[in-house]
Design a protein around this ligand. Structure first.
Ligand code: NAD
Length: 290
């Protein structure tokens, strides 16, 4: 059994806590045992689980792994501390808010012989799986992925290319490694409005555009417009709801990694994709700032 603490009791942390208490039957998650949770607020206990201090979580020998569910700006520090303390880490995306930090954290995990798992639930949604099937085998001519949503606090969530890493991950998983060709960020702080537009070239020199637009009242929505040599895909294909929750699927993958059930090749491919996406996020930020 692996003792686990959840750090950060927001939306994601609360779901994690419930999923850890109710592991899917006969799944790898049955090897995870919730020891407690860490919060900056004084919450006492949640669903019968006791609150412990960060120091206790870092030093208790029965804690083998931490689920980092805090806001993005805190990920780097938390991951570093838990890895240094010899604990495995699961972190909600993005792993960090700079490419340098992401690389350093991966190196630290390797040095310590610990798992650093970055959640990417956007790749296991039924919507995404259906889209992936629809794109599979087609040759891209050009494409746009457009995301809209409510405003985020840049201080806590990071530059939009990092907080929107899920969209970048979609594009890379669908079309392979990309090169950033240009990027701009339009902002109107008075209206809490921001619009990031990033252009990429695929390996076969096809153009892709990612637009991430946020403002109060904007509906959380993704739109695609992909032109292939064989036709146009201008809407996300409809999909049904999966039977196992996304966080539970992710937790199972983490448990499989702890149990040594994920192949070296799969781990290497995943790490390459994650670091490539973080690198793209960093380049987009540099384009916008210059
Ligand atoms: P949230 O704002 O609801 O929760 C963050 C929580 O972390 C807050 O309760 C905050 O008080 C706490 N926190 C911050 N710093 C802390 C610290 N030093 N110690 C202890 N607690 C601390 O945000 P959220 O939606 O739960 O998102 C958390 C993370 O999960 C983000 O990185 C986000 O990108 C990721 N994520 C969220 C979802 C989702 O569906 N909500 C999905 C995928 C990934």
């Amino acid at each position: 059994m692996f003792g686990v603490v959840v750090v950060g009791m927001g939306i994601a942390g609360s779901v994690r806590l419930k999923e850890l208490l109710n592991p899917l039957k006969s799944s790898p998650s049955e090897n995870l045992k919730l020891v407690g949770f860490v919060s900056r607020r004084d919450l006492g206990s949640q669903n019968g689980v006791k609150q412990i201090s960060l120091e206790e979580a870092l030093t208790k020998s029965e804690v083998n792994a931490a689920f980092i569910c805090t806001e993005n700006h805190n990920h780097e520090e938390s991951i570093r501390r838990f890895l240094e303390a010899g604990k495995h880490v699961l972190v909600e995306y993005p792993v960090a808010l700079s490419a340098q930090a992401a690389n350093e954290l991966n190196q630290l995990a390797e040095q310590k012989g610990k798992v650093l798992h970055v959640e990417h639930i956007e790749l296991i949604t039924e919507d995404y799986k259906t889209l992936k099937k629809a794109v599979d085998g087609k040759e891209l001519v050009e494409g746009v992925l457009n995301f809209t949503g409510g405003p985020l606090n840049k201080e806590r969530s990071g530059f939009p290319s990092f907080s929107g890493i899920a969209r970048l991950t979609w594009l890379v998983d669908l079309f392979g490694e990309l090169t950033v060709t240009s990027a701009v960020l339009e902002e109107n702080p008075g209206k809490n409005y921001s619009k990031l537009t990033a252009h990429f070239a695929t390996i076969s020199k096809r153009q892709l555009t990612w637009i991430e637009e946020r403002a109060p009242g904007m509906k959380r929505e993704k739109k695609v417009n992909f032109t292939f040599t064989t036709g146009v895909l201008d809407h996300l294909p409809s999909s049904s709801r999966g039977s196992v929750g996304l966080f539970m699927q992710d937790q199972n993958l983490f448990a499989q990694k702890l149990l040594g059930q994920v192949s070296k090749e799969e781990l290497a491919a995943e790490k390459k994709r994650i670091l490539h996406c973080i690198d793209l996020a960093e380049k987009i930020k540099q384009y916008c700032e210059n």
